[in-house]
Every structure is written in C-alpha cells, then in structure tokens.
Design a protein around this ligand. Structure first.
Ligand code: FES
Length: 151
C-alpha cells in the first residue's frame, strides 16, 4: 500500500529558505505528487525566494518534471532507431488507440501516462516498451495489454 502523501508544508520545511534548494524541492514535490501543480510551484517559489517564471523555466527545461498530472503508471515506448525499425511507431499508435490518449498524455482515470523515449539501451530486445521500471522486450500489444492488466 502506498503511504499517505506528505503535506506540502512538511516537504518545504525540510529545506532552508534559499534559492539553491529550488531543484531539490521540485524533485521532492514531483516524487510525492507525480507532478508539480501551479499552487505547489507558487508555494515553492515563496519558500526559496525565486520568481515563478524562473521556477517554471527550470520545471519545463528538465523532462523529469511535469506540470500536468501524471498517471499512476508510465508507459514509455522506445522510438530509438532499432525499435523504430522493428515496429516501435506502430506500437505507439496502437497504445494511443487503446488508451484513448496521444503520446505525452495521461488517461482520464489517471492510471496511465503514455510517452516515447529514445533508446533505453536494450536494442537487442527491440521493440522495447517500459512500464514503470520494467522492460518489455520484443513487445507487441498482446504482451503489453497482459502487462497492463497486472499493474
Ligand atoms: S532503440 Fe530501443 S532500446 Fe535501443
């Protein structure tokens, strides 16, 4: 069972009020809530004393931060060269049809976020799909659907 979410104030109190802690706070809030809401971004900025525009620039620069709600599970279809040649693009399109979202989007029930990545270093298993931290090699929709039923 997932532990209860920390209150944002508890996260803020872990860092001194200084701009050097901006990225640490963004990381902690991202880890806790799976995304950084506008309200949380403002609270972080008030705490460390940086303008919201600066924090927004940082949060949009790094791909690991999201300003939109993310799904409970992340599906990442590899579109590196090898996976692309072995059907990665068709897998992405099949995922989009099955989940009813485009790449980069999250399902309405907040269960899945669909993304693409460039080579996850497992080219011998192409095409590869990651579901959270798990690699699915020689992936197809049958394998992927089975895996998604287990999460
Ligand atoms: S191209 Fe997909 S794992 Fe390398």
């Amino acid at each position: 069972m997932k532990p209860a979410r920390q209150d944002i104030e508890i996260i803020l109190e872990q860092y001194p009020r200084h701009p050097q802690h901006l990225i640490n706070l963004l990381q902690d809030v991202q880890a806790e809530y799976s995304y950084i809401s506008a309200e949380h971004l403002t609270l972080i900025c008030d705490h460390v004393g940086v303008p919201v525009t600066q924090a927004w620039s940082v949060a949009t620069f790094y791909k690991s931060f999201s300003l939109e709600p993310r799904g409970e599970h992340e599906i990442k279809v590899c579109l590196g060269t090898t996976c692309h040649l072995k059907g990665g693009q068709r897998l992405v399109e099949a995922c989009e049809r099955n989940l009813g979202v485009a790449r980069g989007q999250t399902t309405d029930d907040l269960k899945f976020t669909l993304d693409t990545v460039k080579c996850v270093g497992a080219c011998a298993l192409a095409p590869v799909v990651m579901v959270d931290e798990d690699y699915l090699g020689e992936a197809n929709m049958v394998i992927l659907k089975k895996r998604l039923e287990q999460v």
